[in-house]
Design a binder for this molecule. Structure first.
Ligand code: BDR
Ligand code: CA
Length: 321
């Protein structure tokens, strides 16, 4: 079994990613860390606990509460006015809502902070743990700053974030990188084996409402919740950011989990030098992928996927959930 740690800002698509990982027989989820992102840390932690409890996995899967603010991006006046994020101004654009629509959690997070648990777990490991961060990279970057030796202990990082041709929060940036650009830059510069699953891939794998209804028909708990979430996301996306096929909606974070399970779910994977803009200007949080090797002095530091196998992704969700 492959050992993994999830780092989530739950988050509707995070909930689907969690269920995919937690229900995959090939994965051993050592723990789930929450982070500030789609909403403030109280919401993302509560939502993470709700999903674990909904699946009845509270005795097996510990949840660790992580960082409540980005590393530095809220310090400059006016740079991050909407963090902790409260959602879009127009309620019709609301992809997440404050809470995942599940009963309130009766379980609590572990007493240890996510960052210290991550460091401890990685340092004691045999270098056989894959990190799957699908929110802002604050926890991972903080851990790397506190204990840089974890970089040699991480087997691999498969993260959801950034975009080559696609953006979704400012005219230049994807949400996870935009919330904490410095954290994304620290992770890119860490020397770890990194696979980036950006918006270009997740949009290519957008799921149809019809396929999600097949999950409901399976009658499983995960299938029902996924169908509800896809329907909710689809209502918001149709209004806020319609996909080329308007009957589909991306469930970004689940694609990162499926990548760990089967690499073939990604298409057009390029090895390249990647960076994140931290200027505080119009490109703040923008991801840069030097696919044409304009800067010959830079060595590749990531693999990035520009596409995805939509059919395989949908098939995997239908099988696992
Ligand atoms: C990412 O931002 C969040 O809203 C989603 O959960 C996903 O991780 C997509 O840009
Ligand atoms: Ca997320």
């Amino acid at each position: 079994m492959q050992k993994v740690i999830l780092d989530v800002d739950t988050g509707t698509d995070d909930a689907i990613a969690m269920m995919t990982a937690l229900l995959s027989p090939e994965l051993e989820v050592l723990g789930v860390c929450s982070v500030n992102g789609n909403r403030g840390i109280d919401f993302t932690t509560e939502n993470t606990l709700r999903v674990v409890e909904y699946l009845g996995l509270q005795d097996r899967v510990p949840v660790y509460r992580g960082c409540s603010l980005p590393m530095v991006s809220t310090l400059a006046p006016g740079r991050r006015p909407n963090v902790p994020y409260k959602g879009p101004e127009n309620p019709e654009d609301n992809v997440h809502g404050d809470y995942i629509e599940l009963p309130a959690a009766t379980i609590r997070p572990q007493p240890e902070h996510a960052v210290f648990w991550l460091i401890d777990t990685l340092m004691k490991s045999d270098g056989d743990i894959i990190l799957i961060p699908v929110g802002p990279l604050t926890n991972i970057a903080m851990a790397l700053r506190i204990e840089p030796r974890i970089a040699q202990k991480i087997q691999r990082i498969v993260l959801m974030g950034g975009g080559y041709r696609e953006v979704n929060i400012t005219p230049s940036a994807e949400f996870n990188f935009w919330i904490d650009p410095e954290a994304a830059k620290i992770v890119f510069d860490s020397g770890c084996d990194i696979t980036v699953v950006p918006l270009d891939a997740t949009h290519a794998a957008a799921v149809s409402v019809e396929d999600a209804e097949k999950l409901r028909a399976k009658g499983t708990k995960a299938g029902r919740l996924t169908a509800d979430i896809v329907a909710q996301r689809h209502r918001a996306y149709k209004h806020w950011q319609p996909m080329a096929d308007v009957n589909t909606v991306p469930v970004h974070d689940a694609l990162a989990v499926c990548t760990v399970l089967d690499e073939r779910v990604l298409r057009d994977v390029r090895e390249t030098w990647a960076d994140v803009d931290i200027s505080g200007g119009a490109a703040d949080g923008m991801s840069i992928f030097d696919l044409d090797r304009r800067d010959k002095s830079k060595k590749p530091n990531v693999k990035v996927a520009l596409g995805a196998d939509k059919a395989l992704f949908t098939e995997m969700l239908l099988k696992i959930l």
